[in-house]
Design a protein around this ligand. Structure first.
Ligand code: FAD
Length: 328
């Protein structure tokens, strides 16, 4: 059978693309090809479950605009479709007085971004929002929320009405006069068009289509711990540090999930494999491709201090705990 459009990847992006395609092309034959046995198997099912406000992004940038738009669309969809979620708010802490100027800058950025309802909190005001949090000041961001991204992905796929093939890893793309033959581990599919939403394999799909992108996916792993049930009371909602001024991560934070558990993390450690989730996981192909890419070395040289600290913290619970104790 011939399909009008195939989506490669059943993470939240592939599922949302299939859903939107169905809205604009009600009669199209849609196919979703996923190499794993279930949706949201990689990033989308392993993230912090946060609906971000958009406060951090450069004002006027596409990222800032889309994050704010997407946030409201997500709340509306989750409400309508009964996806577990909550607009619970978060605080971003300046852990000591030296961080207050950066906190002020972030607050001003939030105002420029039009992030609704943000408030600058004094040290004394923090405990009204998070009784166990300590800091020299904070920003309260009421529009941040939490959601079950796996349930969201499943529902989007269901509503898309697409035929979803699991265990179908795309291995080759062969152009034909009116589209493509997609070769997968489950056979061949003829399609008019395809949209690649392959997450950590995005560059490889682009190479299969002879696009030769100059960028490469370089894997970084995030480790999480979970607070013991007896310690959950320490975190009402979400408690974040100020993001590092140059290292492009948000910093280990405390996140209440929709099921009531509280996660602590993630760090961001260079990983030797794209889709293996153990500390010592290794893939020769992934490691070689990352280490033979100039961008990896430029990143290492620029951030060797932070990278080393992340690595040490990944193997030391004490260090991880110390980072969290700066927050509560
Ligand atoms: C540690 C961490 C925490 C995060 N926390 C948050 C958060 O709290 N809030 C937030 O908004 N974002 C968060 N993010 C980002 C967010 O999770 C990702 O942006 C999002 O999940 C990406 O979705 P995706 O569909 O592009 O990728 P993925 O979810 O990785 O899906 C890609 C899919 O494509 C499939 N695929 C790949 N290659 C092939 C192939 N050849 N054939 C068939 N299928 C293929 C994969 O198996 C996979 O299922 C976090 C990310 C990380 C890593």
């Amino acid at each position: 059978m011939r399909y009008d459009i195939a989506v490669i990847g059943a993470g939240v992006v592939g599922a949302a693309v299939a859903y939107r395609l169905r809205e604009s092309l009600p009669d199209a034959r849609l196919l979703v090809l996923e190499k794993e046995s279930a949706p949201a198997f990689h990033q989308s099912g392993r993230n912090s479950g946060v609906i971000h406000s958009g406060i951090y992004y450069k004002p006027g940038s596409l990222k800032a605009r889309l994050c704010a738009q997407g946030r409201e669309q997500l709340y509306e969809f989750a409400q309508r479709e009964g996806i577990p979620h909550e607009r619970c708010g978060k605080i971003i802490l300046a852990t000591d007085a030296s961080e207050l100027p950066r906190l002020q800058k972030l607050y001003e950025r939030g105002l420029e971004n039009g992030t609704p309802g943000i408030r600058l909190l004094s040290s004394a005001e923090i405990t009204a929002y998070e009784p166990e949090a300590r800091g020299a000041g904070a920003i309260y961001v009421p529009v941040t929320g939490i959601i079950d991204y796996k349930a969201l992905t499943e529902r989007l796929l269901q509503l898309s009405g697409a035929e979803v093939r699991y265990g179908a890893e795309v291995q080759r793309l062969r152009p034909i006069s009116q589209g493509y033959i997609i070769h997968t581990t489950q056979g061949e599919y003829e399609v008019g068009h395809f949209i690649a939403c392959a997450g950590l394999q995005a560059d490889r799909i682009a190479w299969m289509d002879e696009l030769h992108p100059p960028l490469r996916v370089v894997p970084f792993r995030g480790d999480y711990y979970e607070l013991a049930p007896s310690a959950r009371y320490k975190v009402r909602n979400l408690i974040y540090p100020l993001p590092h001024p140059t290292y492009p991560v948000l910093g280990v934070h405390l996140t209440r999930m929709v099921d009531g558990t509280v996660e602590a993390g993630p760090n961001a450690v260079f990983a030797w494999a794209r889709e293996i989730y153990t500390r010592t996981g290794f893939s020769l192909r992934d490691a070689w491709e990352a280490l033979s890419y100039g961008g990896t070395w430029r990143f290492f040289l620029k951030h060797w201090r932070e990278g080393l600290e992340e690595y040490l913290r990944a193997f030391s619970r004490k260090r991880f705990l110390r980072s969290l104790q700066r927050l509560i």
